[in-house]
Design a binder for this molecule. Structure first.
Ligand code: SF4
Length: 272
């Protein structure tokens, strides 16, 4: 992996690359990303099968690949154990991003720890505080991020390109090497290459997320139906991979962030 200088693509360049790499194998797309962006690209992993396949491919290309995950502080115990498993298997250290403790305290103090059960805007608020804001703290350190998104996962993902600009996160490059793969192809790769898999997959979980918001699904059910299953007419998205427009939580987010900042300032003022 070269120590590449900062790389910024414009819309035209990203479009050209998207066409060029659209029918390439995931490994070729990953190799391009590692060579182009060096230490300024990282794999985002939810610990799911898709990003595990990507991590394995990338590690075989360059074992120094950067990997990050978001610990929302509501993950199932199995996920914390699985992070240890991955680190030992590959000999890597996963960068773990966590939410701001004062923002979590301001949110749960006002709305309770399980606010996500009460209304879609409150669920989006929780996802924003626990996932999106930690993500936003690492992205300025990157020129590109690699995800395990596939087009067949959900309607909001059906038009993703293998290489695209992420306008929801400042226009950095988003690389989706598995965009045109089906779930079966991911599992074929995992079995053929002895990739470690999250233990909850063996219990019927088709995607991995926070403990209170993710459950097993029955055979034949939509994999994303295991997420936020009590909601109707809401996107099965948290805002990491697309802008959410169900509305109503942005103002509340500002209130939470301001309250946390006030506490921070008060604590600072008490320092000798
Ligand atoms: Fe909160 Fe659930 Fe979103 Fe996790 S998935 S951040 S617990 S609403």
């Amino acid at each position: 992996m070269s120590e590449a200088a900062r790389v910024v693509l414009d819309e035209y360049e990203a479009g050209e690359l998207a066409v060029q790499y659209d029918d390439r194998e995931p490994q070729e797309v990953i190799a391009w990303a590692l060579e182009t962006f060096g230490r300024r690209v990282a794999i985002s992993t939810s610990l799911d099968a898709d990003p595990m396949a990507i991590l394995d491919m990338a590690w075989r290309i360059d074992p120094r690949v950067r990997v990050f995950t978001i610990d929302t502080l509501r993950l199932p115990k199995e996920s914390y154990d699985f992070i240890d498993t991955i680190e030992k298997h590959y000999g890597i250290a996963i960068e773990t991003l966590r939410p701001d403790a004062l923002e979590v305290a301001a949110m749960t103090g006002k709305h309770g720890p399980d606010l996500f059960r009460n209304a879609v805007p409150l669920r989006l608020l929780c996802c924003d505080v626990r996932k999106i804001r930690p993500l936003q703290r690492i992205l300025p350190d990157l020129d590109a991020w690699i995800t395990g998104l596939r087009r067949d996962q959900w309607a909001s993902r059906s038009n993703i390109r293998k290489i695209e600009l992420d306008h929801d996160h400042g226009g950095l490059v988003k690389v989706n090497p598995l965009a045109d793969w089906m779930e079966d192809e991911v599992w074929d790769y995992i079995r053929a290459n002895d990739v470690p898999v999250h233990p909850l997959h063996a219990k019927g979980y088709r995607s991995i997320g926070c403990d209170p918001c993710t459950r097993a699904v029955a055979p034949g059910e939509d994999p994303r139906s295991g997420r936020w299953w009590w909601e109707s007419n809401a996107p099965k998205e948290c805002g990491m991979h697309c802008a959410i427009e169900t509305g109503g939580f942005e103002h509340e987010l500002e209130v939470i962030v301001d309250a946390a900042d006030d506490v921070r300032a008060a604590l600072e003022a008490t320092k000798p």
